[in-house]
Ligand binder design. Structure first.
Ligand SMILES: O=C(O)CCc1c2[nH]c(c1CC(=O)O)Cc1[nH]c(c(CC(=O)O)c1CCC(=O)O)Cc1[nH]c(c(CC(=O)O)c1CCC(=O)O)Cc1[nH]c(c(CCC(=O)O)c1CC(=O)O)C2
Length: 354
């Protein structure tokens, strides 16, 4: 098992870390790697600590957040930690009645579908999430020169959960509101943007070294609808995050047709799913944008030789980008063999060493 921060001993500081350097498009002596959902169900140590604790309770307990966030850093020797939470945590913190159902995902008791419902979305105060401040403070102390990535769900993905009441395949009610009642839609998106920005600011104020905005479901939209109904809101968030001087990552699934617009929203790094090769993605994003991705998470179920070959291909294509952070094209699948991830981390480091 690799040491938690192999380059710690060499006197490397946080700002010199390969992850933060790659986000800023500076030269690195090896490609940094971390994995979306690196903490969580793929790890037996996660399943042990979570055995008797419901998900949303775990997300509000600093001791659990710290332990779970550290687990993949210790085990895999990845170049960044991601704050353990869920995209619905800030919504729970402002008092919405929602839960996370095992095997389903977030479920909202009373979906938001009209002006009265939207009014229930009050602003988030730092005191609503004091457990975040406490957990991040402890984590940055433990992590030393390994950066902590803060994250939040983006307004469109959050809106879809709130309107549909849970995960949705077609987002029909969400699109009906977006197409049919643009004023209500914009009010909802504005309120969610304010909550999202505040949640990210709390994490950065407590010491997070980068932030990632997950717009996991935005690939359900056409480019035109994205531009008209989502882009202005995410651009507003990224503009304000720009004042905090930490790298901003923007990720969505199924966004091949949206990559240039996603990048227009203003992130420093665009996360790419496994459907678009990184050399193609590099041509679609704005200049001065780094890329993150994009090995197919399902490839980790194939024999190691296949994984290695595909990882090498991702690294080769990633050289077309102005900066590259190795990751999967979406989150680690729950049944992934964690040894595969440790081996992959070592492989990426060795293959990319200059
Ligand atoms: O399958 C289930 O039981 C529900 C899973 C689910 C959750 N939130 C959800 C979903 C929908 C989905 O991902 O499809 C809803 C959810 N959570 C998240 C996203 C963004 C994304 O993955 O695209 C989404 C939306 C994605 C979608 O719905 O497709 C983000 C998330 N959840 C989580 C984290 C934190 C982390 O992994 O450290 C993170 C972000 C950071 C990261 O990628 O690392 C944590 C989380 N949320 C959740 C779980 C499972 C709960 C458990 O251990 O009992 C877990 C832990 C795990 O993934 O093993 C609940």
């Amino acid at each position: 098992m690799p040491a938690p921060c192999a380059w710690h001993d060499r006197g490397v500081t946080l700002q010199d870390s390969p992850f933060l350097r790659a986000c800023r498009r500076l030269p690195v002596d090896r490609t940094p790697v971390w994995y979306m959902r690196q903490a969580g169900r793929s790890l037996p140590e996660y399943r042990r600590v979570r055995a008797d604790v419901p998900m949303l309770e775990a997300c509000a307990r600093p001791d659990m957040i710290v332990e779970i966030t550290m687990q993949p850093v210790r085990r895999h020797g990845v170049d960044a930690a991601i704050y353990f939470s869920d995209i619905v945590v800030p919504l729970k913190a402002i008092g919405l009645d929602l839960d996370i159902k095992s095997g389903v995902g977030p479920v909202v008791a009373d979906p938001i579908r009209d002006a009265d419902g939207i009014k229930r979305l009050r602003e988030l105060e730092p005191d609503d999430v004091s457990f975040v401040t406490e957990a991040v403070g402890t984590l940055v102390g433990e992590l030393g020169p390994t950066p902590l990535i803060g994250f939040a769900g983006a307004p469109f993905t959050l809106a879809s959960y709130l309107i549909e009441g849970g995960p949705s395949k077609n987002h029909e009610r969400t699109k009906a509101l977006m197409y049919g009642e643009p004023e209500l839609w914009n009010d909802l998106m504005r309120r969610l943007s304010v909550i999202t920005l505040e949640f990210l600011k709390v994490q950065v104020a407590a010491g997070a070294g980068a932030v990632q905005l997950f717009d996991s479901w935005v690939g359900a939209l056409s480019a035109e609808d994205y531009r008209a109904s989502v882009l202005p809101h995410t651009a507003w968030i990224f503009e304000r995050l720009g004042e905090l001087d930490v790298p901003r990552i923007h990720f969505g699934v199924g966004t091949g047709e949206l990559l240039s617009l996603l990048s227009e929203a203003g992130a420093d790094v665009v996360g790419v799913d496994w459907r678009v090769p990184l050399d193609k993605a590099a041509q679609r994003v704005q200049p001065a944008t780094a890329l993150q991705g994009n090995l197919d998470p399902a490839a980790l179920f194939a024999p190691w030789e296949v994984v290695a070959e595909r990882a090498r291909d991702v690294l080769t294509r990633g050289r077309a980008a102005e900066g590259h952070i190795f990751n999967l094209g979406h989150g680690v699948l729950p049944n992934t063999d964690p040894d595969m991830l440790t081996r992959l981390t070592e492989f990426v480091h060795e293959e990319s060493q200059t």
